[in-house]
Design a protein around this ligand. Structure first.
Ligand SMILES: Nc1ncnc2c1ncn2[C@@H]1O[C@H](COP(=O)(O)OP(=O)(O)OP(=O)(O)O)[C@@H](O)[C@H]1O
Ligand SMILES: O=P(O)(O)OC[C@H]1O[C@H](OP(=O)(O)OP(=O)(O)O)[C@H](O)[C@@H]1O
Length: 221
């Protein structure tokens, strides 16, 4: 299956926190399919009548599927887009999934200035983003890439600091970590493959406008 299949619009959705709000938003625009669920073991779910196909990917892989045209469009967090830096069009800020990327340390290691943390080890799922942040700040750090549960690293001495997403702040608090800098903010974005955007312009443009209206009207995704 590739986007060269002109009859279908292939939409990539990520597993995880953004799946449900993304699927709900698309459904509100009339784009859905029987059996579309994060728990589905089926990774390709089609709506034959509407010539739509959904694919369900790992969060970090979604931009790759869209870049290569395995999906025409997709919904993904800005944090992942920035980290993966793929060659895709970012068409729309969907305004849900708001979270912040921060630098945090154990309370006991808190320093007066960011530069005081130089040469410490930073655990993160976002090594490119962390690397760039510290490089731009002129601070050399050792970045340690992990797959998740980042807050564990400073507790067990794997790293002194973390770069991770914060929403409510509960995870930091429960692990006695304090935020010392904010790197950026993220929300969900609607993205498209560059070739698909030209070849399937009408369909993608129509969907973009429908999603724009829903996002702007604050449709509770
Ligand atoms: N509290 C939050 N923590 C993490 N991500 C959040 C949060 N709130 C919104 N998001 C958004 O949701 C996206 C997916 O988060 P999620 O934690 O499900 O990632 P994942 O990589 O699929 O997780 P997993 O490590 O379980 O595979 C993030 O990339 C981010 O844009
Ligand atoms: O500020 P909060 O509302 O507490 O949310 C932030 C936490 O949620 C995410 O973890 P997730 O549950 O996705 O698990 P992970 O650590 O395995 O990525 C993120 O990595 C933080 O740990």
């Amino acid at each position: 299956m590739t986007s060269s299949d002109m009859n279908y619009l292939t939409i990539a959705l990520p597993k995880g926190k953004l799946f449900a709000p993304a699927a709900r938003l698309l459904a509100a625009a009339g784009y859905t399919a029987d059996g579309l669920s994060e728990d589905s073991r089926r990774l390709v779910i089609a709506n034959e009548a509407h010539k739509i196909r959904f694919i369900i990917t790992k969060t970090a892989d979604l931009p790759t599927y869209v870049e290569y045209g395995a999906a025409d469009v997709g919904i993904i967090g800005k944090d992942v887009l920035a980290e993966e830096n793929k060659n895709v069009y970012e068409l729309l800020d969907l305004k849900f999934g708001l979270c912040r990327m921060v630098v945090a340390v154990p309370e006991a290691l808190r320093q007066p200035k960011l530069a005081d943390y130089a040469h410490m080890r930073v655990a993160t799922k976002y090594p490119n983003t962390a690397e760039k942040f510290f490089r731009d700040a002129g601070i050399q750090m050792e970045i340690i890439k992990l797959g998740g549960s980042i807050e564990l690293a400073p507790i067990v001495g794997l790293a002194e600091m973390i770069v991770d997403l914060v929403e409510t702040g509960r995870t930091l608090k429960e692990n006695k970590l304090v935020e010392v800098a904010q790197i950026n903010q993220a929300t969900a974005r609607f993205i498209a493959n560059r070739v698909s955007f030209k070849m399937k312009f009408e369909r993608i443009n129509r969907l973009t406008e429908e999603l724009r209206q829903l996002a702007e009207s604050g449709s509770k995704a």
